[in-house]
Write a new protein. Structure first.
Length: 778
């Protein structure tokens, strides 16, 4: 029964699955796609086929069943345009792939293909089947009937159709004579294949950064796919941009730059480039900024972001930003807003989401670098409509979590990282792997700081095996190295292993590696070398912080390079020839997190110098360094660092002057904030420091003696779990003092014996912890 005869009868959708109907389905779909691609596709002067006659032919196929459904696309048939027959043959060859066939006959695609409004037959474009027309009803019913079957039944029907097609066309080698090889007809013949290639590149580029986007393809296969696309269609922009994104993931900057330039060359050479040249330039600046930020070129990326924002806003004043569909790979989304639909200007979001996101992040990190308050930052973020987009939500939340980490709130930072992971798994963003790897790297470090070292290493193993297939392994690898290095420094058993870990970490972040190298040298007893390394880090960071505010051109960049070279030449390092130590060279590297992160590293190096000066009884130099650290922490809003400055200043005063009878109100406030904001490791250090102050200032009162003993036992348990032997000895000494004040002589003697045995086992000097105690608050 034909579709026309069964239209008014009560029959199932599956009854419409015949070879003739599938042939008509392909003809109608290719015709509709061809009309959308170009108006000259079916010009009467080219093919000599009247449009009304072609309409009646489609109508006759609905009414009559044919014994040979492939006769219409044969060489001797003049019923259809030649270009349409070529497209149909290409589509039939392509649906030999079962998944391609299922997607091609999907009801949702058919629904979006058809228009709801009526189109006149007298227009130059010919007729266009609408959703409520007989052809629209046929397309929808056939797609529903095809998908009402199981996958095996779909494949069986497709194989029978292809078998009949191969039998009908096996002895007919169809040739399509065209007058000119490079004529418009040849371009129209390849238009369907070009569209398929563009769609494939779009799908790959959007899935490259998402969790499990294309698990069946590795990097080599993707490279081969893009090479074939670029060889077949060198003028098509989409494969170049997809290859550019893949090169970023492979950490190949030269390949990324070449593909990006090729993409914009083909984009600007296209027929519509003259309509929006400013739009193309604006998006090129955005893509270049994204590339440099991905490679850690922070300052260069920020300059390009500002240039992109300027050009994008200029283009918006003259015309809308009519970018290609592929631009959604840069924080773009086609989904609806997350909430507050009535308050979000949806028209602006649909037109320029990636530019709005670039503007938001540029302003946000500029405020962070200028030391803005958290209220200003959150006001900027939550007043932006892009923040509510589901595909941008995890990226925005990760930025907020990073800021809390810079300000010194690790507990809130850890909680927000868990929210980032959950949000991105529910709605992957276009850079999902980058977001997830960064969030998991932060979780790994926080697990280590809380004493769960084994859990941190296990999490690193799971992340590497599950989500990291490209460059994101470097982020997880750096987190793993820092966890292993901190644990090795706590035990202090194998310093050679610490050197190997530092050398490996230097490839990921030279700033962090320099700080750890200074700590290793201090444990070796090379205080002078440790001082030189820390001083080098401080001066290099301050030099970059000063030059970052004025670096706007290559001239200023050259001036910064010359100042850096003068800085390096002015420092005299006490390193012997053929030593295991290599002096770090930072060049223009800025750590991940930008200027605020660089300021945090400078403050950490200053704190390490303060502790080194205090251990060598150089109190004046320590006081001067603390003043510099305080000014830097206040300038960039590092609240946790400012509290640590207060603690170290009080510890410095207790070392070279008589302690006061009671701790000051300011010190109590700082200790209270540290106990509520810091991680577990810092909390135990602050509790130990508070117990030390109480024991020294009011030991004769015994008011809080029992409480301090319980706190010290808790700290001892924590440091034993992480094998921090130096702090274990410190806790044992404090416990002995507390027990002696309470009259517990037996317990004091046991702790004293344990103290001497552990000190001997760890091969510490006899002067370790003798006399006055220096508390490491960091």
């Amino acid at each position: 029964m034909t579709f026309y005869d069964s239209f008014l009868h009560d029959v199932s959708f599956v009854d419409s699955l015949t070879h003739t109907n599938l042939m008509l389905f392909i003809l109608l779909r290719e015709y509709i796609l061809s009309v959308r691609l170009g108006q000259s596709m079916f010009d009467d002067s080219v093919d000599g086929t009247p449009k009304m006659r072609m309409y009646m032919y489609f109508y006759d196929l609905l009414r009559k069943s044919s014994d040979d459904p492939f006769r219409c696309i044969s060489e001797d048939s003049s019923l259809l345009p030649t270009s349409l027959k070529a497209l149909v043959h290409g589509r039939i060859d392509r649906i030999r792939d079962s998944f391609e066939a299922v997607n091609y006959i999907h009801p949702s695609d058919v629904k979006t293909l058809l228009l709801s409004s009526s189109v006149s037959l007298d227009e130059d474009d010919g007729f266009f089947p609408t959703r409520d027309s007989v052809f629209g009803l046929f397309l929808r019913k056939f797609a529903l009937g095809f998908h009402h079957q199981s996958f095996e039944e779909m494949c069986k029907f497709k194989y029978s159709f292809l078998k009949a097609y191969d039998k009908a066309t096996s002895f007919k080698r169809i040739k399509y004579p065209f007058a000119q090889p490079n004529s418009c007809n040849l371009q129209l013949l390849n238009s369907s294949t070009r569209t398929h290639t563009s769609e494939t590149a779009l799908q790959i580029s959007s899935a490259v950064g998402q969790l499990g986007g294309r698990p069946g393809l590795d990097t080599k296969e993707l490279d081969e796919t893009f090479s074939r696309c670029k060889n077949l269609f060198p003028e098509l922009p989409a494969p170049y941009y997809a290859a550019h994104l893949l090169a970023i993931r492979k950490r190949n900057i030269s390949e990324a730059v070449d593909n990006l330039c090729s993409y914009f060359e083909t984009r600007m050479a296209s027929e519509w480039s003259d309509k929006g040249l400013k739009n193309t330039c604006a998006y090129m600046a955005v893509a270049s900024a994204n590339m440099h930020l991905s490679f850690g070129h922070w300052l260069r990326g920020k300059c390009l972001e500002k240039e992109a924002l300027k050009k994008s806003l200029e283009s918006e004043s003259g015309a809308s930003l009519n970018h290609l569909k592929i631009t959604h790979s840069l924080l773009n989304t086609d989904t609806a807003s997350f909430r507050y639909d009535s308050q979000i200007p949806q028209r602006i979001i649909n037109r320029m989401p990636h530019v709005t996101m670039t503007e938001l992040r540029t302003k946000f990190w500029s405020l962070v670098d200028s030391g803005a308050s958290p209220s200003e930052l959150f006001l900027l973020y939550f007043n932006s409509p892009v923040t509510m987009l589901p595909a941008c939500f995890s990226i925005c939340l990760l930025d907020i979590a990073t800021v809390w980490s810079l300000y010194g709130y690790p507990i809130l930072y850890t909680a927000l990282l868990q929210c980032v992971i959950n949000a991105d798994c529910l709605q992957p963003c276009p850079m999902s792997d980058v977001v997830l790897s960064t969030a998991f790297a932060g979780m790994i470090k926080e697990f280590s700081a809380s004493g769960a070292v084994n859990e941190a290493l296990n999490l690193a193993n799971c992340v590497e095996t599950v989500i990291c297939r490209f460059s994101e392994k470097s982020t997880i690898h750096q987190a793993r190295l820092q966890v292993e290095l901190e644990q090795a420094l706590r035990s202090g058993v194998d310093l050679a292993q610490c050197d190997r870990l530092v050398n490996a970490l230097r490839l990921c972040c030279p700033w962090e590696a320099a700080l750890y190298q200074a700590e290793v040298e201090r444990l070796r007893g090379n205080c002078v070398t440790s001082h030189d390394l820390l001083q080098h880090v401080v001066q290099s960071a301050l030099c970059r912080l000063k030059s970052a505010t004025i670096k706007t051109s290559e001239v200023t960049s050259g001036a910064a390079d010359s100042s850096t070279s003068r800085l390096n030449s002015s420092i005299t390092f006490h390193v012997e020839p053929f030593s295991h130590l290599s002096i770090p060279v930072f060049d223009q590297h800025v750590p991940l997190g930008g200027i605020a992160r660089l300021a945090q590293i400078a403050v950490r190096a200053q704190f390490a110098l303060v502790e080194l000066f205090m251990s060598m009884q150089m109190y004046a130099q320590a006081e001067q360094m603390l003043d510099e650290a305080r000014s830097l922490a206040v300038q960039y809003g590092l609240c946790s660092a400012a509290n640590k400055v207060c603690l170290l200043q009080h510890a410095l005063r207790t070392l070279h002057s008589a302690p006061s009878s009671e701790p000051s109100v300011e010190l109590d406030r700082v200790l209270c904030e540290a106990l509520h904001q810091s991680d577990h490791s810092t909390q135990w250090r602050c509790l130990t420091y508070a117990s030390r102050l109480r024991l020294r200032s009011s030991a004769e009162l015994h008011n809080f003696l029992q409480f301090h003993i319980q706190q010290l036992y808790g700290a001892l348990t924590f440091y034993r779990s992480v094998d921090d032997r130096r702090r274990i000895l410190d806790i044992l000494a404090l416990l002995a003092v507390a027990l002696n004040c309470g009259g517990h002589t037996k317990e004091r003697n046991e702790l004293a014996n344990a103290f001497h045995e552990l000190r001997k086992e760890c091969q510490f000097a006899d002067t370790f912890l003798r006399g006055k105690h220096v508390v490491a608050v960091l």
